[in-house]
Design a protein around this ligand. Structure first.
Ligand SMILES: [Zn+2]
Length: 295
């Protein structure tokens, strides 16, 4: 609405007045669809797909609407769009957009657009890290294989657990962070903060750990054996963190404990409550019961 107003040299309020739309506190955002469709010339159905504000809600089976960001929620992700894509589209000035958790790399421009980017200038060129770009595709495949609900939860757990393990036990003796910061610079030539640098550098390991945690096999084996030996061994076998030995209260063990409690809660009260607690991205309705599958 603001962009349409700016293009026509009127204020947002002025445009709404011209269109005869009064936005009061309780006016639903959907009241804007019809007038916006008239002034932009886009069909209402196209606007609903382009602007997640007009989407059907958190749980949907409507084609084109699942796997979309949810807007204006506490946990919704709003990040600047890839500054090179914006530039290529001939748009002056930054574009902020609602986004989903797996959008961390612009594959066209090899630019990190994920965690740590609050303004377009924070986006870091990662063309020297092809494995970080490959991890973006791996991440999308994981969502197709395991479902967005589980991958989204597993990714935030995997990221904080992995970075917690690395930061807690690693004083950068080989100068890995320092070396990476020499190359990973933002638009002003400044190095990214060390947690962002670690997140970019170890994105492949974090995504691999996400796949391991999103697959119910580890939880099934933990229930059978009463310990997480299999999960810990896989962390080494999959080259996530070689030699990982679980310790009481390490970040991964804490995540595992929280997750098992959470699953018990979901089993007792159903997925509906789960979706109420984690309204970040649109997901399909309740999935069928999950059985362990090959990874
Ligand atoms: Zn781009």
């Amino acid at each position: 609405m603001r962009r349409v107003a700016a293009a026509n040299h009127v204020s947002g309020e002025g445009l709404r007045e011209l269109l005869g739309v009064r936005m009061l506190k309780r006016t639903p955002i959907a009241a804007l669809i019809e007038p916006l469709s008239i002034v932009t010339g886009f069909e209402e159905s196209v606007l609903c797909l382009a602007l997640p504000e007009f989407g059907p809600g958190a749980v949907t089976n409507e084609h084109g609407h699942f796997g979309r960001p949810l807007t204006q929620q506490k946990r919704s992700l709003e990040r600047p769009a890839c500054r090179r894509c914006v530039h290529a589209a001939g748009i002056q000035g930054p574009v902020h957009r609602w986004t989903t958790h797996e959008q961390n790399v612009c594959l066209r421009h090899r630019l990190w657009i994920g965690q740590g980017c609050t303004v377009p200038g924070d986006q870091v060129d990662i063309s020297m890290l092809p494995s970080t770009s490959r991890a973006q595709r791996h991440h999308q495949n994981l969502i197709r294989r395991h479902g967005r609900r589980w991958v989204r939860d597993a990714f935030s757990g995997a990221r904080s657990a992995f970075l917690g393990l690395v930061e807690g036990h690693f004083a950068d003796p080989f100068g890995i962070i320092g070396e990476a910061q020499l190359h990973l610079r933002d638009v002003g030539g400044q190095p990214a903060p060390s947690s962002t640098t670690l997140g970019i550098l170890f994105h492949p390991q974090i995504v691999t750990l996400t796949g391991l945690l999103a697959n119910p096999e580890w939880a099934w084996r933990a229930r059978q054996s009463g310990h997480i030996g299999w999960l810990a061994a896989e962390v080494t076998h999959r080259d996530i963190l070689v030699g990982y030995a679980p310790k009481e209260n390490d970040p991964l063990v804490q995540w595992v404990e929280g997750h098992l409690l959470h699953r018990r809660f979901v089993a007792a009260y159903g997925y509906k409550l789960h979706d109420v607690f984690f309204p970040e991205e649109t997901v399909r309705p309740s999935p069928p019961p999950r059985a362990p599958s090959g990874s």
